[in-house]
Design a protein around this ligand. Structure first.
Ligand SMILES: C[S@@+](CC[C@H](N)C(=O)[O-])C[C@H]1O[C@@H](n2cnc3c(N)ncnc32)[C@H](O)[C@@H]1O
Length: 267
């Protein structure tokens, strides 16, 4: 079901705004809604505003005529920023209805018209549309199937620019690797800069939805493998990418097996 910012009226009276915000707590995005903060005690500080300030200039200041998809939009911080830059259409998707309710309130109070849909990244094919800009920020490590998600984004919704962000842990190095190694070679797997995706069996930072945390080399290898060319890294965890070739896994089939001769010719 598609939900827009409704009538875009002023939203609750200021006196009631605090209680409307509190009723939708807890908030992950610390938005400022008519002077009222949604998450003033956020464990990361003024999040994600402080992060946004570090890479905001890397995105076009004028998004007139552009379409934007924000995957895992949460309370809509980035979707609202894209609309503030004049994007013709901004669609925010998130599987969590509580976050979508927050985004709906934020859209009403700010008067910014964003479309909100309850949808998982695994279902982006249902949108049946490519977007000029796709934001995929802070979601990868919450997924049990992160590479599948990137492949689906590339296959179904990425039109031009992908803005990607992930938590990273482990080495920040990038090993220079040849495209292949002999079966008996294994030392490269232990290189700090080898792409590594750390599996979290139980929880990390108390959060049972953290599943796979990549190191830097792994983030970059996964993006390339899913068919994205990395244009830049304006912030330590943020990448700007363009669609490049098809995902390495597209139409994946095992290569033909080498034929082993038994010495007997088929009849
Ligand atoms: C850490 S927050 C990031 C929010 C926002 N994108 C940002 O960068 O500030 C993770 C968000 O991903 C959403 N999410 C979790 N699983 C998802 C999935 N399968 N598809 C899309 N979003 C998902 C969560 O509901 C949450 O809103």
């Amino acid at each position: 079901m598609s939900e827009t910012g409704e009538a875009l009226g002023a939203g609750p009276e200021t006196d009631d705004l605090r209680s409307a915000i509190d009723a939708l707590a807890p908030w992950f995005h610390n938005l400022e809604l008519r002077g009222v903060r949604t998450a003033p005690d956020h464990f990361l500080g003024d999040y994600p505003a402080f992060k946004w300030r570090r890479f905001a200039e890397a995105l076009p200041a004028d998004l007139s005529g552009r379409t934007v998809l924000d995957i895992g939009c949460n309370a809509g911080f980035y979707a609202l920023e894209m609309k503030r830059r004049g994007a013709a259409r901004v669609v925010g998707i998130d599987p969590d209805p509580r976050y979508l309710a927050q985004a709906r309130l934020a859209a009403r109070v700010t008067g910014l018209d964003i479309e909100l849909r309850q949808l998982s990244v695994y279902d982006v094919g249902a949108l049946a549309e490519r977007f000029d800009i796709v934001l995929f920020m802070g979601v990868l490590y919450h997924l049990r199937h992160p590479l599948l998600a990137l492949d689906l984004i590339r296959e179904h919704v990425a039109g031009d620019l992908l803005v990607f962000q992930s938590m990273q842990r482990g080495s920040m190095m990038r090993a220079q690797l040849p495209p292949d190694h002999d079966f008996k070679q294994a030392a490269h797997f232990a290189l700090p800069g080898y792409p590594k995706l750390h599996f979290i069996e139980e929880r990390y930072a108390g959060d049972p939805t953290n599943w796979w945390v990549p190191n830097r080399a792994c983030v970059e290898a996964m993006l390339r493998s899913s068919g994205f060319a990395i244009l830049g890294q304006p912030e330590a965890e943020v990448y700007l990418c363009r669609c490049a070739g098809p995902p390495a896994g597209e139409g994946a089939v095992y290569p033909p097996r080498p034929s082993f001769s038994t010495g007997e010719e088929p009849a």
